[in-house]
Write a protein that binds this ligand. Structure first.
Ligand SMILES: *[C@@H]1O[C@H](CO)[C@@H](O)[C@H](O)[C@H]1NC(C)=O
Ligand SMILES: *[C@@H]1O[C@H](CO)[C@@H](O)[C@H](O)[C@H]1NC(C)=O
Ligand SMILES: *[C@@H]1O[C@H](CO)[C@@H](O)[C@H](O)[C@H]1NC(C)=O
Ligand SMILES: *[C@@H]1O[C@H](CO)[C@@H](O)[C@H](O)[C@H]1NC(C)=O
Ligand SMILES: *[C@@H]1O[C@H](CO)[C@@H](O)[C@H](O)[C@H]1NC(C)=O
Ligand SMILES: *[C@@H]1O[C@H](CO)[C@@H](O)[C@H](O)[C@H]1NC(C)=O
Ligand SMILES: *[C@@H]1O[C@H](CO)[C@@H](O)[C@H](O)[C@H]1NC(C)=O
Ligand SMILES: *[C@@H]1O[C@H](CO)[C@@H](O)[C@H](O)[C@H]1NC(C)=O
Ligand SMILES: *[C@@H]1O[C@H](CO)[C@@H](O)[C@H](O)[C@H]1NC(C)=O
Ligand SMILES: *[C@@H]1O[C@H](CO)[C@@H](O)[C@H](O)[C@H]1NC(C)=O
Length: 828
C-alpha cells in the first residue's frame, strides 16, 4: 500500500493513499502542521464526560468557561437545550458527582429595558440564556460563544486571571433597550455551597472585589476564595449591588455574615453590578478577573501583574505558545490515518495537562518554599495513566507535583488520595499516592525530592490508621496486618470510615504494599522490603477457589473469584457480576450502603494483581485459561471501559505471552468508545484519565503504573517520537509496513536501535536515553513477544525473567536504578 507519510511538525506532501474506509483522511485537504491544531476541547462535553472545555493554561489555576443550568460538573455542556447563566473563572474537569468551583460567575446584558435597572435580570434562573447553536469555538487557551442575546463572549486566561471580551450587538435583542452594557457578578459557585460572602463595588472606576466561603465537591471542610474584577472599553454609567431579583445603586457593598439564615445562593442570590455607556470601540468591553485563595488584594495584584494592558489577542497568543510547547515534545508521522485518531489523540494529551493545578503562592494554610498543586482529583483515577503520562511528557511538572504531595504530607501528616480547593477529598480505595511516588522514583523523577520523607509518608499509609480514613490513609489496618485481608463487618477500634469495598480495598492495599516493597528495596530497607512483599500477597486471602459465576443461571465456565470474608474467616457472597453493566451497574458507589467492590464487579477486581501477574495467571489455571477468562471479560459485557480500573485489563494479555491480543483489544475500544465527538469518551474524564488512556494506547505503549514497565503494542500512527524533558533525548517508535486501516496490527518482529528485540515491554530508560524501536507489522499474530522470558516481570511462581533475550543492548543497562532485580522477589 503506497503510503506517503507526513511529519506533523512540517507541512509535507499530501497522502496519496486512497482507502476503503470512509473515515479516512481526504487526500485533497492539506493537514494541519502541529498537534495544537487537532485539539478539540469540546470532546467529552456531553453524556457524562464532564470535560471542562474553556480556556486554561497547562496546569493553570484560572479556567474560564461558561456555566450551564444542567449537566454542569465541568461548567459547560454541549447540550443546546441547557441555558448559560454565567461565566466563571475556576473549574475542575471531568469530575463525577457534584460540580466543582465555578465561583463568582459574571453575566452580561446589553442594557436594561426602559433604562430601568430593575428591568435587567438578576437571579440565575431569570438571566439564564440559550446559546446560538453552532456559535461555540474552542481551542487550547481560548473559548468563544454567542448567546441568544446576540452577545458574543470570548475568553482566555493567564495562570491566575481570566480575561473576557464581550461584543455587544448594535441593537439589543430586548425591546425598549438602548446599548448600555450591564454586567453583574454573583456571589455563588457551581454547586451552590456559598455560606459567608462579601462584595464591594467601586463606583468611581467600576472595580468589583469580593470573597466567599464554599464547600469542595468531593471532600470535607470549606475553602475561601477571592476575586478582583476590572473593566475596560466603556465609560462607567452606574454601579451597585443586587439581592434576590432587585438592584440598587444606593449601596456599593454587601455582606453575608456567618449567622445569616437562609444564606445559600439559591435562598439569597446576591452580587454586584456595573453599567456602562455605549462602548467606545467595536461595541466591546473587556472584563478581567483576578483570582486568589489568599486575599482580595492578591487577586488584584495577580490580575495587574499577569495582564497589565488587557490586550486580549496577545493573551490568547501567549496561551497558545504555552500549549504548543507542551504538545510539541511529541512528533507524529501520522501514516494517513483518519482525522478521528489525530483529534482524539491530541485532545487526550491536552486533557492530561489541565490538572493538577499549580496554586503555588496561593496557599493560605502554610508558608513553604515548596510548590503547591491542587485538584489531585482523584489519585485513585490519576495514578494509572495521568501521572505516568505527565512523567513521560513533562517530567518537570511531575516533579513539582510529587514535591507538592510531599509538602502536603509534611504539613498535614498524610498524603492525599484526593484533594481539591485546599480540602481533603474522599479516598476511594487504597492509598494510591504510594503508587505515584514509586512510579516517579523508578522513572527518575528526582530533582529536589526528599526520598526519605517520601518513604516515611508511604510507610505511614501502610502502618498507621488515621482517625478518619475516608479522607486519607487506609482503614482496617489492624485486620490488614493480622488477618491479611479487609473483612466484611470489620472490628475497627482505630479509626472511622465507610465500611464497604472490602474486596477492592484488599487488592488495592496489596498493590500499595507491593510498590512500597519496591521502594524499600531501592532505598535499602531490606527488612521492610520482605515485609511489604509478603503483605502484597494478601489478595490471595480473598480468593475463593471454588466460586463460580453465572448470568441468569447460565454458568460462565470459570471458577475461582475474589469473595468477601468475615473476621472469623467464613466466606460471604457477592455475585461476581454485581455492579457490572450486567447486574445493578450503579450498586457500588461510595456511600454507606455500597457493597464489597468499588464501581465495578468482582469479575474486574479478580484481575487486579499488577505486581504479581504470574501468580495470578497460575491461580486462574495457567496462561490459556487466563486468556479465555480475559476474553470473557472483554466480550461478555461485564467490563465497563469508562472507569479507570478497566484500563490495565486491555494489556494483561502481555503477561500471558499474547501481546497481539492486547493490540486487538486496544482497537476494539478506540475509536468506537474513545473518539473525536462531543460524546467521545465512555465515562467521566476525571481530570484527564480517559484522555491519558487514549493518548498512551495510540502511542503504542501503556504503563503498569508503579513499576518500570510499559506494554508494547503498535502505535496507531506510522511513527511517534517523544523528546524527554530531562535528558533532551528522543525516543521513536516506528511501525514498518504500517496499515492506516489498522487491520495489520500484529507485531511480527522488532528491533531496538537495529538490534532484535523480543521483550513485549519497555522500560523508562528507553525514553530517557532515546532510541528507535521498530515494529514490523503483519495481518496475523506472530511468535513475537510470546515466550516466558519475553513477558514483563512478576513475582512468582518463579520464571527467571531477568535475562534480556539479547544482551547486545540490554534495556536499562546504563541506568542501574531502573534495573528490576526480580530474583530477590522471586525467592519469596
Ligand atoms: C439536554 O438537556 C435537556 C434539558 O436539560 C435534557 O432534557 C436532555 O436530556 C439533555 N440531552 C442530553 C443528550 O444530555
Ligand atoms: C504559568 O505557571 C507556570 C508554572 O506552573 C509557569 O511555568 C508559566 O511560565 C506561567 N505562564 C505564564 C504565561 O505566566
Ligand atoms: C416600551 O416603551 C413604550 C413607551 O415608553 C411603552 O409604552 C412600552 O410599554 C414599552 N414596552 C416594554 C416591553 O417595556
Ligand atoms: C467579610 O468582611 C468582614 C469584614 O471585613 C470579614 O470579617 C469577613 O471575614 C468577610 N467574609 C468573607 C467571606 O470574606
Ligand atoms: C462467622 O461470622 C459471620 C458473620 O458474623 C457469621 O455469619 C458466621 O456464622 C460465622 N461463622 C462461624 C463458623 O462462626
Ligand atoms: C437476565 O434476565 C432478566 C430477566 O429476564 C433480563 O432482564 C436481563 O437482561 C438478563 N440479564 C442478562 C445479562 O442477560
Ligand atoms: C464515540 O464514543 C462514544 C462514547 O464512548 C460512543 O458512544 C460513540 O458511539 C462513538 N462514536 C463513534 C462515531 O464511534
Ligand atoms: C543479538 O543481536 C545481535 C545484533 O543484532 C545478533 O547478531 C545476535 O544474533 C542476537 N543474539 C540473539 C541471541 O538473538
Ligand atoms: C535523571 O534525572 C536527572 C535530573 O533530572 C538527570 O540529570 C539525569 O540525566 C537523569 N538520568 C538519566 C539516566 O536519564
Ligand atoms: C536469574 O538469572 C540471573 C542472570 O542469569 C542469575 O544471575 C540469577 O541467579 C537467576 N536467579 C535465580 C533465582 O535463578
Amino acid at each position: 500500500m503506497g503510503t506517503v507519510s507526513r511529519k506533523t511538525a512540517f507541512m509535507v506532501s499530501l497522502c496519496t493513499l486512497i482507502t476503503v474506509a470512509s473515515t479516512h483522511y481526504n487526500p485533497s485537504q492539506p493537514r494541519a502542521n502541529s498537534g495544537f491544531e487537532y485539539v478539540d476541547p469540546l470532546i467529552g462535553t456531553l453524556n457524562g464526560g464532564h470535560v471542562f472545555p474553556g480556556a486554561t493554561l497547562p496546569f493553570g489555576m484560572a479556567k474560564a468557561g461558561p456555566d450551564v443550568i444542567g449537566e454542569n460538573q465541568g461548567g459547560f455542556s454541549s447540550n443546546d437545550s441547557e441555558p448559560i447563566y454565567g461565566f466563571s473563572h475556576m473549574h475542575d474537569s471531568g469530575t463525577g458527582g457534584s460540580p466543582s468551583l465555578g465561583n463568582f460567575p459574571i453575566f452580561a446584558q446589553s442594557g436594561c429595558p426602559n433604562d430601568d435597572i430593575n428591568a435587567c435580570q438578576y437571579t440565575e434562573s431569570e438571566r439564564a440564556t440559550m446559546r446560538i447553536p453552532g456559535s461555540v469555538h474552542a481551542k487550547p487557551g481560548y473559548f468563544d460563544i454567542t448567546l441568544a442575546s446576540n452577545i458574543r463572549t470570548e475568553m482566555t486566561v493567564t495562570n491566575r486571571t481570566a480575561l473576557y471580551r464581550f461584543t455587544f450587538p448594535e441593537t439589543p435583542v430586548s425591546p425598549n433597550t438602548t446599548l448600555n452594557p450591564h454586567i453583574l457578578v454573583e456571589l455563588s459557585d457551581l454547586p451552590n455551597t456559598r455560606s459567608e460572602a462579601n462584595i464591594t463595588v467601586y463606583a468611581n472606576n467600576g472595580r468589583v472585589t469580593g470573597s466567599g466561603i464554599f464547600s469542595p465537591s468531593f471532600g470535607i471542610g470549606t475553602y475561601q476564595s477571592f476575586f478582583c474584577l476590572d473593566f475596560e472599553g466603556a465609560k462607567l454609567k452606574d454601579a451597585g449591588v443586587w439581592s434576590n431579583s432587585r438592584a440598587t445603586n444606593k449601596a456599593t457593598s454587601l455582606e453575608i455574615r456567618p449567622g445569616d439564615v437562609r444564606k445559600t445562593p439559591s435562598n439569597r442570590p446576591s452580587g454586584g453590578w456595573v453599567q456602562f455607556e455605549k462602548p467606545t470601540q467595536g461595541n466591546q468591553i473587556i472584563a478581567r478577573v483576578g483570582m486568589s485563595f489568599v486575599s482580595e488584594e492578591q487577586a488584584c495584584t495577580n490580575a495587574e501583574r499577569e495582564i497589565p494592558t488587557n490586550n486580549f489577542d496577545s493573551v490568547v497568543a501567549v496561551a497558545e505558545t504555552a500549549w504548543r510547547s507542551k504538545l510539541d515534545v511529541i512528533t507524529l508521522e501520522d501514516g494517513c490515518v483518519s482525522d478521528v485518531f489525530l483529534k482524539a489523540f491530541w485532545s487526550g494529551v491536552y486533557r492530561s495537562m489541565i490538572s493538577p493545578q499549580d496554586y503555588t503562592g496561593e496557599n493560605p494554610f502554610w508558608e513553604s518554599g515548596e510548590p503547591y498543586y491542587d485538584s489531585f482529583y482523584c489519585i485513585w483515577d490519576s495514578f494509572r495513566s495521568i501521572h505516568p503520562l505527565i512523567t513521560l511528557l513533562d517530567p518537570h511538572s511531575q516533579t513539582m507535583m510529587v514535591r507538592s504531595l510531599l509538602d502536603i504530607y509534611r504539613h498535614q501528616g498524610w498524603l492525599p488520595d484526593c484533594r481539591m480547593s485546599f480540602c481533603k477529598g474522599n479516598t476511594q480505595g487504597g492509598s494510591n499516592a504510594d503508587i505515584v511516588i514509586a512510579d516517579a522514583y523508578l522513572k527518575n523523577i528526582s530533582a529536589g525530592i526528599d526520598w526519605n520523607l517520601a518513604y516515611e509518608a508511604v510507610v505511614k499509609d501502610a502502618e498507621v490508621e488515621p482517625p478518619n480514613w475516608d479522607v486519607e490513609g487506609r482503614g482496617g489496618l489492624d485486620s490488614w496486618k493480622n488477618l491479611g485481608y479487609i473483612p466484611t463487618e470489620n472490628l475497627d477500634t482505630d479509626g472511622v470510615g465507610t465500611e464497604t469495598r472490602s474486596i477492592s480495598r484488599t487488592v488495592e492495599y496489596a498493590y500499595n504494599d507491593f510498590v512500597i516493597a519496591m521502594l524499600a528495596r531501592e532505598l535499602g530497607h531490606t527488612a521492610d522490603y520482605q515485609k511489604y512483599l509478603g503483605r502484597s500477597g494478601n489478595w490471595k486471602n480473598m480468593f475463593k477457589a471454588d466460586q463460580r459465576s453465572s448470568i441468569n443461571g447460565t454458568d460462565s465456565g470459570f471458577e475461582g473469584f475474589l469473595q468477601p470474608r468475615y473476621m472469623n474467616g467464613t466466606w460471604g457472597y457477592q455475585d461476581p457480576i454485581f455492579c457490572s453493566p450486567l447486574l445493578d451497574f450503579t450498586g457500588c458507589y461510595l456511600n454507606p450502603d455500597g457493597k464489597e467492590t468499588y464501581e465495578g464487579p468482582v469479575w474486574l477486581y479478580t484481575f487486579f494483581v499488577p505486581g504479581d501477574m504470574k501468580t495470578l495467571i497460575s491461580t486462574l489455571g495457567g496462561p490459556e485459561r487466563f486468556v479465555e477468562r480475559l476474553d470473557w471479560l472483554h466480550e461478555s459485557g461485564v467490563l465497563y471501559v469508562g472507569d479507570e480500573q478497566s484500563f490495565l485489563n486491555v494489556f494483561l494479555y502481555h503477561y500471558a505471552g499474547r501481546p497481539a491480543l492486547s493490540a486487538q483489544r486496544a482497537h476494539q475500544y478506540i475509536p468506537s468508545l474513545f473518539n473525536d465527538t462531543v460524546v467521545g469518551i465512555p465515562g467521566n474524564d476525571d481530570s484527564g484519565a480517559m484522555g491519558s488512556f487514549e493518548a498512551f494506547v495510540m502511542m503504542g505503549f501503556f504503563p503498569n503504573a508503579g513499576q518500570d514497565v510499559y506494554f508494547i503494542i503498535p502505535p496507531f500512527f506510522e511513527s511517534i517520537s517523544i523528546r524527554n524533558g530531562q535528558t533532551g533525548n528522543t525516543a521513536t517508535i516506528r511501525n514498518i509496513k504500517f496499515d492506516p486501516n489498522h487491520v495489520d496490527i500484529y507485531i511480527q518482529s522488532a528491533t531496538l536501535d537495529g538490534v532484535p528485540y523480543t521483550r513485549n515491554w519497555l522500560q523508562h530508560s528507553f525514553f530517557l536515553e532515546g532510541g528507535v524501536l521498530e515494529l514490523t507489522l503483519g495481518p496475523q499474530e506472530s511468535a513475537w513477544g510470546t515466550k516466558p522470558e519475553d513477558v514483563p516481570p512478576s513475582l512468582g511462581p518463579f520464571v527467571n525473567s531477568t535475562v534480556p533475550v539479547n544482551e547486545t543492548r540490554p534495556v536499562g543497562k546504563r541506568w542501574q536504578m531502573s534495573g528490576i532485580n526480580w530474583d530477590l522477589a522471586a525467592s519469596q
